[in-house]
Design a protein around this ligand. Structure first.
Ligand code: SF4
Length: 694
């Protein structure tokens, strides 16, 4: 029996585990006790992650569509076909007729080469990752206010936080070992604040649970800031020494009235007050939020960043802002440039100097304008895009992106890389199988910036290559002369264009359990705490702090952070005809549709349990709301918006707030029926509900 240390590739925590192998087979998983983030704990997905690779349903050879049928093909024929179709479409319509999307589960090497192929070989600006259907608000806001689109601390330090704020994420379902970390911190004496429209497992343990009306968290944070400022609890030294635009922020804060905000958020004013005072008095406060929350807006992220800065909760172990990635390499694919408006290292596409640096490494020009987002492309907003590459990404089955199926059907050409046949594969023209977890050595970057190796433990299936090698082969067929001998050569090039990765050589990654970036020669084990006070970040050079390349464009090294002034938004009068707020795309029910989970027998059983009671799917509503229209659990209801109506099944649960209805993203027919052409773009919608047949 052999044991290979590796990283779980399901969610952003990136737990450490050993793959147990016998001969060429993975036979089990053993948790890694020393791993700093997971400390010997795994959730059900981590324990069974190896089952995916062993599925008999793995694709073993490329397939090419011929009319309505498919046939297997050799690698040369399949890759020639993809290259030929891309070349022909580029010649006829220009490079911008082709877009490249990949999964936030792709490795750093794969994502880096894919965006390089798109920008430098094809010449298109259209690159994005699948989680872009949720998360771009977060990247832009964080770059603007913090100068870095990432967590400012590491997960391992959360046991040093004395106040933990968890916003819009059911940790126990989405990032389970992190839920354990938070609950253990709470048991050890930390104060737990939870902001969510849902009452979930972690919310049950909160000291203060703020069950907000969906879409009002920005107002909540504005009101909390007002309480803090009125009581003089803000961190004046931190604001004076390290934060810009404070006066305009303070002016805006005065537009929030506690009682009015409480009314709009649907919370008692004293609960908001209690949360604000607890946060302001924290010695080390950590604020976590989900980048995949369906109701998340840019304003809600900015308001939370304001609250973190107002109390100086950055730069100490246990303090900080934690944007949580529910997909395991969402952080990494963004870091290496799989964003429509950012080059590797988050430098703006529009920045001529940044482009010149990347062009010098790539030896090819880079498009100077931002591309379209995955959300807009998949929702059908760019008919000029006629060909798509989907890297391990199935937008038809797994993402909240209404209209994806229709968009794919309208494409002239779709190429897809994946382990399995899936909904999007049915609509593709060429499907390329690739290697699975445990069959390749690559890197991932977890939600706390920890760059980790995912190691090969068994040989790949005969004939299969890592996805990054397929991208290299395709680039060669399209005229590029890339000469990467192995994944380490790709990795070294990434270090040349992503400054924060520069010192993360493979030896350093292997020496411990990865490195949180920035990793530099001065900080060869990486950087746990960004902007650390002890390192003199307030006036230190880039070399001292490892912040090279992390500035958001303000260039004010003395005061790296920026407040965003946001006056209290006008109250929109409620429409009495549509008294409920409907939330689309609840990512809680993501996992049972995940293509990988569907190919693990154990995980399939685990995640489909709920659907045994609701075989046709469900929408969730509170018991009081259900009683008011005379509906019981499992009863049929009619949902109507001003655009249309849909009939579906009610799941009656006290988890959701009165007055709100949660629709899992996979109920596409509900989404399309009541949104029509806006499907895939709206997140919150006023609706009315009635008992079907009443
Ligand atoms: Fe894997 Fe996330 Fe579960 Fe850890 S918490 S074992 S990374 S799915």
């Amino acid at each position: 029996m052999c044991h290979t240390l590796t990283t779980c590739t399901f969610c952003g925590v990136g737990c450490g585990l050993y793959l147990e192998t016998e001969g060429d087979r993975v036979v089990g998983v053993v948790p890694c006790r020393e791993h700093p983030s997971s400390a010997g704990r795994l959730c059900v997905r981590g324990w069974h992650v190896h089952e995916v690779a062993g599925s008999p349903e793995r694709l073993r050879a490329p397939r090419i569509r011929e009319g309505t049928t498919w046939r297997e093909a050799g690698w040369d024929e399949a890759l020639d076909c993809v290259a030929g179709r891309f070349r022909s479409i580029r010649d006829r319509y220009g490079p911008e007729a082709i877009a490249f999307l990949n999964s936030p589960r792709s490795s750093n090497e794969e994502a880096y080469l894919l965006q390089k192929l798109a920008r430098a070989v094809i010449g298109t600006p259209h690159v994005d990752h699948g989680a872009g259907v949720y998360g771009h608000h977060s990247v832009e806001v964080l770059l603007d206010q913090l100068g870095v689109a990432a967590a400012t601390g590491v997960l391992a330090d959360l046991n040093r936080s004395d106040v933990l704020l968890v916003d819009g994420v059911d940790l126990a379902r989405q990032l389970p070992t992190l839920a354990g970390t938070v609950l253990r911190a709470r048991l050890a004496g930390a104060t737990l604040l939870v902001v969510d429209a849902r009452r979930h497992r972690v919310a049950e343990s909160a000291d203060v649970f703020l069950q907000v009306r969906p879409g009002t968290s920005a107002i909540l944070y504005g009101a909390m800031a007002r309480v803090i400022v009125d009581r003089g609890l803000q961190n004046r030294d931190f604001l004076a020494g390290r934060v810009r635009d404070v006066p305009s922020f303070l002016d805006a804060v005065r537009t929030y009235d506690l009682l009015e905000a409480a009314e709009r958020c649907g919370l008692p004013a004293r609960t908001i007050e209690a949360a604000a005072i607890a946060w302001a008095r924290a010695r080390a406060g950590a604020a976590m939020y989900s980048t995949a929350d369906a109701a998340r807006t840019g304003e809600s992220v900015a308001a939370l960043v304001n609250l973190v800065l107002l109390c100086g909760q950055v730069g100490r172990p246990g303090a900080g802002l934690y944007p949580l990635a529910e997909h395991n390499n969402l952080q990494g694919v963004c870091d290496v440039g799989m964003l429509p408006d950012r080059l590797p290292g988050y430098r703006a596409v529009a920045d001529a100097g940044a482009r010149a640096e990347v062009e010098a490494v790539w030896g090819a020009p880079v498009p100077d304008r931002a591309g379209a987002s995955a959300r807009d492309i998949l929702a059908g907003g760019h008919p000029e895009i006629r060909a798509l590459w989907l890297g391990r990404y199935d937008p038809v089955s797994t993402a909240f992106a209404g209209g994806a199926e229709r968009t794919l059907k309208g494409m002239e050409f779709v190429a897809m890389q994946h382990l399995f046949w899936s909904g999007a594969a049915e609509l593709a023209h060429v499907v390329l199988p690739t290697t699975a977890f445990g069959e390749e050595t690559v890197t991932f970057t977890s939600t706390d910036r920890r760059i980790q190796r995912v190691r090969q433990a068994v040989p790949a299936l005969p004939g299969l290559e890592p996805a990054w090698r397929q991208i290299v082969s395709l680039a060669g067929r399209l005229g590029a002369s890339w000469a990467y001998g192995d994944e380490e050569e790709v990795w070294r090039e990434i270090g040349r264009v992503v400054p924060a990765y520069r010192g993360a050589c493979q030896e350093r990654l292997d020496a411990g359990y990865g490195c949180p970036w920035p990793c530099t020669d001065e900080h060869p084990r990486g950087t746990d705490v960004l902007y650390e006070e002890a390192r003199g970040c307030g006036g230190g050079s880039d070399g001292e702090t490892g912040r090279e390349g992390l500035e958001g464009g303000g260039g004010d090294h003395g005061r790296p952070f920026r407040m965003r002034a946001m006056a209290c938004p006008e109250d929109e009068p409620a429409d009495g005809a549509y008294p409920f707020t409907l939330i689309f795309g609840d990512s809680l029910y993501y996992w049972h549709r995940n293509v990988l989970v569907r190919h693990s027998e154990t995980l399939q059983r685990e995640y489909r349990m709920l659907l045994l009671d609701y075989p046709d799917g469900f929408v969730e509503m509170h018991g009081d709301d259900a009683a008011s229209i005379g509906v019981r659990d499992g009863g049929r209801i009619r949902l109507c918006s001003e655009h249309g109506c849909a009939v579906t099944t009610a799941r009656v649960t006290e988890e959701v707030r009165r007055g709100s209805v949660h629709v899992p993203y996979f109920l596409r027919e509900v989404e399309e029926a009541i949104l029509g052409p806006r499907a895939g773009t709206a997140r919150l919608l006023p609706v009315r509900i009635s008992k079907e047949g009443a």
